[in-house]
Design a protein around this ligand. Structure first.
Ligand code: MN
Length: 499
């Protein structure tokens, strides 16, 4: 009896939930058969097909090769991308698992303790070679072996067969075979380049179990980091990635509005964090993208305030910086609003100032400029506004004007955004913006309670308005335009929620 027939016969005696267990047995992550509410046929992860994953691997490998185009005696390249490993709060309680971003981008494989290897060897034994004819590149995964006992406790694993079926890589083996594979590689090659992020995302166990020896043998020409090549590809988003980002930003935008409507004088910051997570997960996000900043009043002046454990009295504003992760893609929004639902005149004056600056700055996010130039322009605008409000002295020779402005705005105007919140960090902010990039833009103003150089009424206020933009040939698309930011609209929305 074939496996399929056996399953059909067997399935007649099973309840649907049990049948799912049987079908699910060989996969450590959602696939179209077991999770039709998440994936369509042909997709490795939502919206991203096997072909797109294969294209990503080829793009990264070819970019790496290009850097050695002039070098005749180095033809062989091997790229090694370890996955993340499980971390524990206390044995045996794991922290929520998040896959290593570059590994995830190139394979879509979601299990810990795995390694992706890309190489163009023509010299390995045939069993280790499945060369794609067009490029000569082979992709191989090393994944946790099937293990009945471990799977009983921690859930199914895909194993090598499942890994090939899910991801479409050329071949897969058990993780413990990696050392032997690398040993064999070094025996068959004399001059080669190892691409490996030796200083960054090292998986300590897998590093010791073969990778370290492979590097130390010294038969290779050099060791190059993988991150720059991957980031240069990752920074430009494909149509599928733009779709995923729009969904992630939509979820965060709608959820943040729900949090604003839910807030009231005397609310605990922790409740707003919980409300945000609840609303995001109800909209199919997997989790929040980072510990959110939920800061009442003066606490907003602590840029990375995440204690979120204070009561917000009526009269204070709340600065909330939060985003979610939707199938590996993150949103990153900030809104500032009065907890009572009405801005005081001083709060409104400062809020409208930040909003004016934000709208001007967004219009500059085009291929003509870099993030750094947008930042410098924003400081200039903020300086002018602060002088006209009487919060700063006019520019003169007695003080460092730029330094004075930065006291009101200590962070950068923005960053690239994608699978990581601060995405592709090896990409310089001096790079011209390009169509397909997605960025977060976050102007604001910060006036700590002890800033005695400004009139008292302005002290203890922190405002930031952060949106997520898709760069195009002309004006950027504000992906987060669903999330209210006009002060009149904020007041109307909150009044309507209370009535
Ligand atoms: Mn941000």
């Amino acid at each position: 009896m074939s496996c399929c027939n056996a399953l059909r016969t067997y399935s007649r005696f099973l309840r649907p939930t049990q049948l799912m267990t049987v079908l699910n047995r060989s996969f450590g992550q959602p696939v179209a058969q077991t999770h039709p509410h998440i994936l369509k046929q042909g997709e490795v992860t939502p919206f991203v097909t096997k072909e797109e994953y294969s294209q990503r691997r080829h793009n990264v490998f070819n970019l790496a090769l290009k850097q050695f185009e002039g070098s005749k005696n180095v033809k062989d390249h091997i790229m090694i991308f370890p996955s993340a490993y499980k971390m524990f709060m206390t044995i045996p309680i794991p922290y929520p698992f998040r896959q290593n971003t570059d590994f995830s981008y190139l394979s879509g494989f979601q299990e810990a303790d795995s390694v992706l290897v890309l190489h163009n060897s023509q010299k390995l034994p045939v069993s280790h070679r499945t060369l794609s004819p067009e490029t000569g590149m082979t992709s191989v995964l090393f994944v946790p072996r099937k293990d009945t006992h471990a799977e009983l406790w921690d859930g199914e694993r895909s194993g090598p067969h499942g890994a090939v079926e899910i991801t479409g890589v050329d071949g897969a083996y058990n993780s413990e075979d990696l050392g032997q594979f690398l040993q064999q590689y070094s025996e068959h090659h004399a001059n080669y380049v190892i691409w490996y992020d030796i200083e960054g995302n090292v998986h300590p166990q897998l590093h010791r179990a073969g990778i370290e020896d492979f590097i130390l043998q010294g038969r290779q020409k050099c060791v190059e980091t993988t991150t720059r090549s991957v980031h240069r590809i990752r920074v430009i988003k494909s149509p599928a990635e733009v779709q995923l980002m729009q969904k992630s930003v939509d979820i965060a935008s709608e959820s943040l509005e729900e949090v604003m409507k839910f807030s009231y004088p005397g609310v605990n910051e922790a409740y707003l964090e919980a409300k945000m997570e609840f609303e995001c997960v109800l909209r199919d996000a997997q989790m929040l993208a980072y510990p959110p900043v939920v800061a009442g009043g003066n606490r907003g002046n602590t840029i990375h305030y995440t204690r979120n454990n204070q009561i917000v009295p009526g009269g204070d504003m709340i600065l909330m910086d939060a985003g979610c992760e939707y199938h590996g893609f993150t949103s990153d929004l900030t809104r500032t609003w009065p907890v009572s639902g009405r801005f005081s005149p001083v709060q409104r004056r400062l809020y409208e100032m930040v909003l004016r600056i934000q709208l001007k700055v967004i219009s500059l996010c085009t291929p003509e400029f870099t993030l750094e130039q947008v930042y410098v322009y924003m400081l200039h605008l903020l300086g002018e506004e602060l002088v006209s409000l009487g919060l700063m002295k006019k520019k003169d020779k007695s003080s460092n004007h730029a330094e004075e402005i930065r006291k009101f705005y200590p962070h950068h105007i923005g960053h690239y955004l994608g699978m990581d919140v601060h995405d592709t960090p090896t990409m310089s902010r001096h790079t011209k913006l390009k169509p397909g990039m997605i960025i977060a833009i976050e102007p604001g103003v910060y006036i700590p309670a002890d800033r005695t150089s400004v009139p008292e009424q302005y002290r203890g206020i922190a405002i930031r308005i952060e949106d997520n933009l898709l760069i195009t040939e002309s004006q950027p698309i504000v992906l987060s335009d669903k999330c209210v930011k006009d002060p009149d609209h904020i007041e109307e929305m909150m009044a309507a929620a209370k009535s």
